[in-house]
Ligand binder design. Structure first.
Ligand SMILES: C[S@@+](CC[C@H](N)C(=O)[O-])C[C@H]1O[C@@H](n2cnc3c(N)ncnc32)[C@H](O)[C@@H]1O
Length: 271
């Protein structure tokens, strides 16, 4: 495998500027700057009260959710391997006066870059698909959890990630659900925000982690699963046929039988 980390990092460094300056309103930055709590509807209803909690947001991108958690009273730390993302997150923190800590680095090196334990590790939307080893990821999560602490994970459903829309508009199996350690190599010249700016770093490496691998990884790392939910809405138009479902969410049109598009889970570390 070529150096997946470098390809992915270059793609993300380039994406940050497009996302921060997005003309589609995808990230709801204007609402955030105006003081609105823009955490999505699923995570809002599932994370509970975070006030006073130490929260670690892994793969925080340019820090929007990290700052939303901080606005809700959490002592929030955001972590991401993109220097552009971390710079943009710090700038947004300074601009809005919402205090949070931002640290740069690869997920797997986080234990050597961040000190201390956390009451919550928060990972959402489009994060674990960039990581080759879900067992090592679960170990990193467990490393940071204080006794009684919890992981909140909200992600695209791996069964949906294995599908794509064909030219006739049907959703068909297109990527292997069980593909082991070999990455899926993608070439996409635009990001998911709907902006038409072209990426020069089009190539990326991704992994589909089966639901069982994610859950068994967490259990193997010593966590207990408190809930697992499946959702028919997702935070971006995963397939061209999808329709807006309100509050920044998308769903399949009524003529398509329902499918799990996302899942969320809470897992906790013994007290
Ligand atoms: C789709 S974004 C996640 C967005 C997130 N839901 C949020 O709160 O905005 C994926 C993020 O993962 C980061 N990333 C990808 N691979 C990584 C790695 N190996 N280590 C750390 N961050 C990584 C990217 O830089 C990017 O910011």
């Amino acid at each position: 495998m070529e150096d997946y980390l470098e390809f992915n990092r270059r793609r993300w460094d380039e994406s940050v500027g497009i996302h921060v300056n997005s003309e589609t309103g995808f990230y709801r930055l204007a609402e955030f700057r105006a003081g609105e709590d823009i955490l999505g509807p699923i995570e809002s209803s599932e994370i509970g009260d975070v006030a006073g909690k130490r929260a670690l947001h892994l793969q925080c991108h340019f820090g929007l959710d990290t700052l939303c958690l901080a606005r809700r009273g959490a002592h929030a730390t955001g972590y991401d391997f993109s220097s552009e993302a971390i710079a943009a997150a710090r700038a947004l923190s300074d601009e809005t006066g919402i205090a949070a800590t931002f640290v740069e680095g690869d997920v797997y090196t986080a234990p050597s870059r961040i000190d201390g334990a956390f009451d919550m590790v928060y990972v959402t939307w489009g994060a674990i698909n960039w990581l080759p080893d879900i067992v090592r990821w679960a170990e990193v999560v467990a490393h940071f959890l204080a006794p009684g602490g919890m992981l909140y994970l909200l992600e695209s459903h791996p069964a949906a990630l294995a599908l794509d829309q064909d030219e006739a508009g049907r959703l068909v199996p297109s990527f292997p659900y069980f593909h082991g350690s070999e990455p899926i190599i993608m070439e996409e010249t635009e990001t998911y925000t709907g902006d038409t700016v072209k990426l020069t770093n089009a190539k990326s490496y991704e992994w589909i982690h089966p639901l069982s691998a994610i859950i068994n990884g967490l259990v193997g790392a010593g966590l207990t699963i408190d809930f697992l939910n499946e959702h028919s809405r997702i935070a971006w138009p995963m397939f061209p046929c999808m329709v807006e479902a309100g509050r920044g969410m998308y769903e399949l049109p009524p003529e398509v039988p329902s499918l799990p598009l996302a899942f969320s889970l809470k897992a906790s570390f013994p007290s």
